[in-house]
Design a protein around this ligand. Structure first.
Ligand SMILES: Nc1ncnc2c1ncn2[C@@H]1O[C@H](COP(=O)(O)OP(=O)(O)OP(=O)(O)O)[C@@H](O)[C@H]1O
Ligand SMILES: [Mg+2]
Length: 572
């Protein structure tokens, strides 16, 4: 061991022995294990899990793992030396083999059950047993919790093999979806949007699985063939992976009195959530009632901020079910996501997602998830009508808080001190009628040009030719009005521009940048992934002219409507 325990906070993690000194498995140590599970986690077949907060599971390593990438930013934040990512022990652990870890690192991981609500309606149909007891982490296996530099982190393998919740799935994630998630998480973090983080990405040199996918050039909604893809494991990191759906599962069981400890298990998971995600804002000494009320207030605050941030950067989650909604209020599950290019309020890249999860409907979808969160907390206050009324008030205040956050976000994108509804609505109408690139438009606007001509680079159609419908005139009038509002501000134009450049990114992770990166990676060439990592983790920086020419671009016309690039049905 190169470092001493007493130096924990300044520890540089160079080996697994160093990592071992930081381990603190709070989930396994404070919550209930499934009483029917084997301790060694060797049980991988789908089955019902009736009680307990987690199932001990050993991950299934991918065969012949090869290093693709790690997040240098996260490594540096955690004090991990870069060389660790390519060391044998680390590769072994984070490609799913935890059988040889030095103590106190554990040789068994854990998977959790959760319930599913879609847009505020409870479902059990997705559970193979039609009870809800077989739904949860089907291919995500947590392998470590650690206290690092004053923060608590959980590390979870995605694609780490089958768990009792795998529902007949193979427990794997393919290279394509792993590359997408790996890049997007760190991009979102750099955009200033709360998110789970990417630690590492390893691919198997020999193991492949089949997934439905699109033929080259297909414009169909759904994939038209099965393809064989390499499997990969990406490791994601967050203070916890507790989801709204998880609280719901325990609430449903308490409601149905499914077993004698159901109510106690609900309370335990809620208190655990507070410990893991809200310890800095919810005092341990408060009563349970006070804790629950504060939790609801804080989650509402985080969730509304998160959604405003998503819209600010053009992010569409695509499948914002309660089981994809982190109870800590950050972005989770980068499968069905996409970044809006051509502005469309109904933008939805995932063909299975439906309009209710489309780009500008995300505030409404979030409110449904918040409603399910509220529903899950209610049993804990059942005997206290005053507290229930207070909780209801918090629930009912969601829409106003969401609206306030959205208005302040739009004002900041436009460089204004206060939201101007008339100006905003006219811009929305114009952006729907004139095809505009969302990222480029706001970035160009951030330079506060003197005439509207400078914004043309963001338009997908040419501006200034015919103006039969008076659209050009309306754009000019809108621009003049906006400029006069900017000019009436006390701050200098430079200062306003500076602020706008901080909220309107220059680079966003467009799908057509990612497609060649995962295609080349499947042939063993990882350079494009690493280039995207560099570019997309500094999305507000101008970067070089070469990078600008390559990545500050509208979507080429030939890519519009292409299956697997403009839309996709398989995110796993
Ligand atoms: N290949 C697979 N094998 C087993 N289970 C799977 C597989 N793909 C998805 N699942 C499970 O199906 C459910 C819904 O899938 P979804 O695409 O939301 O999840 P995901 O992308 O795997 O998960 P996460 O939300 O953990 O990022 C999840 O519970 C997930 O674990
Ligand atoms: Mg999911």
């Amino acid at each position: 061991m190169k470092n001493q325990l007493s130096q924990k906070n300044s520890l540089t993690v160079e080996t697994l022995d160093d990592l071992a000194t930081l381990a603190n498995y709070s989930f396994m140590d404070t919550l209930n294990a499934d009483p029917d599970a084997t301790d060694n986690g060797a049980d991988h077949d789908p089955r019902q899990v009736f009680s307990g907060h987690y199932v001990p599971v050993s991950p299934t390593p991918i065969k012949d793992p090869e290093y693709i990438a790690h997040s240098k930013d996260l490594f540096s934040e955690l004090g991990f030396s870069d060389s660790l990512a390519q060391s044998n022990g680390f590769i072994q652990m984070f490609s799913g083999d935890i059988t040889e870890l030095p103590a106190p690192l554990r040789k068994v991981g854990w998977a959790t059950g959760y319930a599913l609500s879609i847009y505020g309606t409870e479902y059990i149909q997705q559970c193979p047993f039609q009870t809800g007891n077989g739904y949860g982490d089907g291919r995500a296996v947590s392998v470590l919790e650690a206290d690092i530099k004053g923060k608590h982190w959980e590390m979870q393998l995605k694609g780490g093999g089958r768990t009792p919740y795998c529902r007949g799935g193979d427990g794997r994630a393919v290279l394509r979806s792993s590359v997408r998630e790996f890049l997007a998480q760190e991009h979102m973090h750099a955009l200033g949007v709360p998110t789970s983080r990417s630690l590492s990405l390893y691919v198997s040199k020999t193991e492949k699985v089949k997934r439905p996918w699109y033929s080259e050039g297909s414009r169909r909604q759904d994939p038209d063939r099965m393809i064989s893809e390499p499997v990969a494991i990406s490791t994601r990191v967050a203070p916890s992976f507790l989801r709204v759906g998880q609280l719901e599962l325990f609430c449903r069981r308490a409601r149905q009195q499914a077993h004698p400890d159901a109510m106690a298990e609900l309370e335990m998971i809620v208190l655990h959530l507070i410990d893991r995600e809200y310890a800095d804002v919810i005092d341990k000494r408060l009563s349970i009632v006070e804790k629950v009320l504060l939790l609801a207030t804080m989650f509402r605050d985080r969730l509304t901020s998160l959604i405003a941030n998503w819209i600010r950067v053009g992010y569409c989650q695509g499948n914002f079910n309660s089981d994809n909604c982190a109870a800590g209020g950050f972005t989770l599950d980068y499968g069905p996501f996409g970044f809006c290019e051509l502005f469309d309020p109904h933008y939805q890249p995932w063909t299975g997602g439906g309009q209710h999860f489309s780009f500008l409907n995300q505030p409404a979808a979030a409110e449904r998830n918040f409603h399910m969160f509220w529903t899950a907390l209610r049993p804990l206050l059942a005997s206290n009508q005053v507290a229930l009324d207070q909780l209801e008030e918090i629930r009912n205040g969601f829409a106003d808080e969401m609206q306030a956050k959205l208005e302040s976000m739009w004002a900041s994108k436009l460089g204004l001190e206060t939201f101007n509804g008339t100006l905003f609505r006219e811009l929305g109408a114009l952006m729907i009628q004139t095809p505009v690139d969302y990222t480029l438009f706001f970035r160009e606007l951030s330079h506060i040009p003197d005439d509207i001509g400078k914004l043309q680079i963001s338009f997908y159609t040419s501006f200034g030719s015919k103006d039969a419908d008076g659209l050009n005139q309306r754009w000019i009038a809108w621009f003049d009005e906006w400029r006069s509002l900017i000019d009436s501000r006390a701050d200098s134009r430079e200062a306003i521009s500076e602020q706008m450049l901080q909220v309107n990114p220059k680079y966003s992770l467009r799908e057509w940048f990612v497609v060649p990166a995962y295609q080349q990676a499947a042939m063993g060439d990882y350079r494009l992934i690493r280039e995207l990592q560099t570019v997309m983790t500094q999305p507000y920086a101008e970067q070089s002219q070469e990078i600008e020419a390559k990545y500050y671009r509208k979507k080429p016309p030939e890519f519009h409507g292409l299956g697997g690039l403009s839309h996709y049905s398989c995110s796993s």
